[in-house]
Design a protein around this ligand. Structure first.
Ligand SMILES: [Zn+2]
Ligand SMILES: [Zn+2]
Length: 287
């Protein structure tokens, strides 16, 4: 009976038969939901990175500029991929194109990272959104990720944080204002849910780390035993702590010779293999 039900679900949600990124028909079952080409175009965050927050860094420094210059309230943070190309597009579609089902693909990779890092984890928490933003988007992508990870890891998901005021996106602000933009923006609803617990914050993207740090501050205030963070992707940082342009990252991975194989999409800053054609309109982020 369950098998028949699953088959019906497969028919209703055909994305299981096609790559979640390019829409190509999958030749064999893919647990991640991506075809081989798309998976190999993801850039792993395994080069030189900050020893505190795992932000990929261009030079050989031990710590990124953001960790060198600011108090970081979390113990450590880890991100699976570099925020560029396929990873960046996946996140953007997941967040802004109402393609909620992509959480399964993101979680697949985050599970591997979680196992590797072996974070102490009594509870997983998500990054809360203001009511205004939640109403606009209709869902909180961080809740989807944390909820699914908790289910797969058999760890409790704890809905214990709220955003107390609306804030501007960190990327919309000059550096100096980013540092104070989130002050007091988050709050723990019930300290008893957090006291003595090892907490892992789950989010899609690690940019400057200000959000994760501000949440960690509140969790520690509420008596958390440890606070780590796990994200799907992290932005690569220049020496001044600002994000590196996509083109540089793609050149680094694929080299100048093979660069020709990659094209810049005219509608965006995404670099995609030339063979990519969005056969399934459901997967095309530009329509
Ligand atoms: Zn694909
Ligand atoms: Zn850092």
């Amino acid at each position: 009976m369950l098998k028949i039900f699953t088959k019906i679900l497969d028919l209703i949600f055909p994305e299981q038969f096609t790559c979640n990124f390019c829409g190509e028909e999958l030749k064999e079952h893919s647990t991640s939901g991506l075809c081989e080409d798309c998976e190999s175009a993801l850039i792993k965050n395994n080069g030189n990175k900050c020893q505190k927050c795992s932000s990929p860094i261009l030079d050989e420094s031990k710590y990124c500029l953001n960790c060198q210059n600011n108090k970081r309230y979390f113990d450590s943070a880890s991100s699976v991929f570099i925020y560029t190309g396929v990873a960046k597009t996946l996140i953007n579609r997941f967040k802004t194109s109402n393609q909620k089902y992509l959480y399964k693909t993101l979680v697949y990779y985050m599970l591997n990272e979680f196992a590797e890092k072996n974070f102490p984890a009594d509870i997983l928490v998500s990054v809360p959104m203001s009511d205004k933003k939640l109403k606009k988007r209709g869902y909180n992508q961080s809740v989807l990720l944390a909820g699914e990870l908790a289910k797969r890891l058999n760890v409790s998901y704890c809905d214990c944080l709220i955003k107390t005021r609306d804030t501007l996106g960190q990327h919309e602000l000059p550096r100096a204002e980013r540092l104070t933009n989130l002050n007091g923006a988050f709050s723990v609803t019930d300290k008893n849910l957090v006291k003595g617990k090892s907490v892992v914050i789950i989010d899609d993207t690690f940019t400057t780390g200000s959000t994760v740090s501000e949440i960690a501050k509140e969790l520690y205030k509420a008596g958390a035993a440890s606070v780590n963070a796990l994200c799907f992707a992290a932005t690569k940082l220049k020496a001044d702590g600002e994000s590196v342009d996509d083109e540089i990252i793609v050149k680094e991975k694929f080299g100048v010779k093979n660069r020709k194989k990659y094209k810049k999409d005219k509608n965006s800053s995404f670099y995609l293999p030339e063979s990519f054609s969005f056969k399934n309109p459901h997967c095309n982020p530009y329509i």
